[in-house]
Design a protein around this ligand. Structure first.
Ligand code: GLN
Length: 535
């Protein structure tokens, strides 16, 4: 029977609960246990696919085509383990299932209520996911902050699971914040005390408290938290700001995290062997050089909008001994100003990530054209692939009016057009071409050189694709289509032969990049950026 670690958050959101949950899971995995992670998102959306990444962070795509919360990406990267859409549970999914069951008549005669029907559905799903993974430990993170109305049914389900499973099979880990006021230079414990009181009010006593703070938690603060929350001193664990998120497992382990969990859950583990992981984590801090990347996009306001892209760049930098500096360049600025376009010259490479909608797209097309002309390493991802195709059509093939029908439905040269199977689609949720698809690479191409094999698998999230009618015209201009999927029906990769590095992929290579094992597309790009003679 699997054991469960429930991770809750107090004080405020954005504390890095996902990284804490992933780090704990990693430590247990390194101890030889089979581990899985679940993220609960208490919003009514069925999945993250319909949410704005500027506000909520990126939509992470799983291999099975789930559009999930970005924490799923954090778990995959820490655990080096693929998860499925079922690992992200939302209020929307739960209510949908309960209401559908009610309409079918499954509850006939009964009044359908939050307790027990909604909580039963939550418990059933959590158990199903952990059991079907064959995991010994399920780390279940509840999004939001304790005290939120919308997370109550989930916390109630966790409280019930604790009662049913007993303290040897379930554990509550609460992540809080100890703010430090400049004036008094003292770590304040009151917010932690209050958030634990809030937890207790709904019947949950935490077993472990992980305290986020700027600096390591002072002994005095630790003692105070222990006293006021009834959590033994050894289980009050400090999680201060660190240089790289990949340092967190080691930080927690140095304070005995695995030992504490093992003793609470009666786990038979010797000690985690962190040596290999520490080596990977250290590689993020050993940069000998710096690469500057211009990331041209619209969602420039929240760093979380493109976490996986950022991480993939960092993974590659760490592997090559370079620290990667990412500057977010607003494509609307490039659209308006020649100066902003020419500023791109000062970068080692230009990256255009995925995106949707017309706003700012002309600036992206200009940026791709600039990379072609100036021989600056270019990586295009999804929309960045489509934008590259438009730039090639306009600037190399002389099709001035080339566009995507996403931005100009009546484009004279629709080099990017809706996927045929998208034509009748009306609903927005979970209807794109999603998830992992096998891709065949052509030998003797840059892509083949980077991956070193013929068949690869990468993840997708798009409605539009390149129109193969323009293929011969592109090929005349030294464009190589080096990757195909769906028996040749989909073009997946384009390269420009006589360019230092111009690679664009319809897939999102960032989702499969892992620390210590960077995705080949990103690795190739960073390598080219390091070698870029412009700098
Ligand atoms: N908007 C484009 C499409 O739907 C690109 C999507 C993306 O970049 N994820 O095809």
């Amino acid at each position: 029977m699997p054991k469960y670690i429930f991770v809750t958050g107090g004080v405020m959101s954005g504390l890095g609960k996902g990284v804490t949950a992933a780090s704990v899971a990693k430590l247990l995995k390194l101890s030889g246990l089979k581990v899985t992670c679940i993220k609960i998102d208490p919003y009514l959306n069925v999945d993250a696919g319909t949410m704005n990444p500027i506000i909520h962070g990126e939509v992470f795509v799983t291999d099975d085509g789930g559009e999930t919360d970005m924490d799923i990406g954090t778990y995959e990267r820490f655990l080096d383990q693929n998860l499925s859409k079922h690992h992200n549970i939302t209020t929307g999914q739960i209510y949908k299932a309960v209401i559908e069951a009610e309409r079918r008549g499954d509850y006939l005669g009964k009044c359908v209520q939050i307790i027990p029907h909604v909580t039963d559905e939550i418990k059933k799903r959590i158990k199903q996911v952990v059991e079907s993974d064959g995991a010994e430990i399920g780390v279940v993170e509840c999004g939001g902050t304790v005290g939120d109305i919308e997370s109550l049914p989930f916390l109630e389900a966790m409280r019930q699971m604790r009662l049913e499973l007993g303290p040897l099979n379930s554990l509550f880990l609460h992540v809080t914040l100890a703010p430090e006021l400049e004036a008094v230079k003292e770590q304040k414990t009151k917010p932690t005390q209050h958030s634990v009181q809030e937890l207790r009010r709904i019947g949950i006593q935490p077993d472990i408290i992980v305290v986020r703070s700027k600096r390591p938690l002072a002994q005095q603060a630790r003692e105070k938290i222990s006293l006021f929350t009834s959590v033994p001193l050894e289980a009050v664990i400090s999680n201060p700001d660190v240089e790289s998120i990949y340092d967190v497992p080691e930080v927690l382990e140095k304070q005995g995290m695995t030992r504490v969990i093992a003793s609470r859950l009666n786990l038979k583990i010797e000690r985690s062997d962190l040596s290999e992981w520490i080596e990977v984590a250290e590689s993020f801090k050993k940069a000998k050089r710096m690469v500057n990347i211009a990331m041209v996009g619209k969602y420039v306001s929240l760093a979380d909008s493109y976490v996986s892209v950022n991480q993939a760049l960092l993974h590659s930098g760490a592997k090559l001994g370079a620290s990667v500096n990412i500057d977010w360049v607003d494509s609307e600025l490039i659209e308006k100003s020649e100066q902003a376009l020419n500023n791109l010259r000062s970068y080692n490479g230009i990256l255009i990530p995925g995106g949707f909608g017309k706003r700012g797209v002309e600036g992206k097309i200009k940026a791709a054209g600039y990379a072609i002309r100036e021989g600056i390493p270019y990586l295009g991802i999804c929309l960045g692939f489509q934008v590259a195709a438009i730039a090639i059509a306009r600037y190399l093939c002389g099709l001035e009016k080339a566009n995507s029908t996403e931005f100009d439905p009546d484009a004279e040269h629709a080099v990017i057009d809706l996927l045929p199977e998208q034509k009748g689609v009306k609903e927005i949720g979970a209807t794109m071409r999603l998830g992992g698809h096998d891709i065949m690479l052509k030998e003797k191409t840059l892509s083949f050189k980077l991956y070193g094999k013929k068949i690869i698998r990468e993840r997708h999230r798009h409605r539009y694709e390149i129109n193969q009618r323009y293929k011969p015209l592109f090929e005349e201009k030294n464009v190589i289509f080096s990757g195909y999927s769906d028996e040749g029906k989909r073009i997946e990769i384009l390269e420009i032969a006589n360019h230092p590095f111009f690679l664009a992929t319809q897939f999102h290579a960032e989702f499969t990049s892992r620390p210590g094992a960077p995705n080949p597309v990103y690795l190739g790009f960073i390598k080219a950026c390091i070698e870029n003679p412009h700098n």
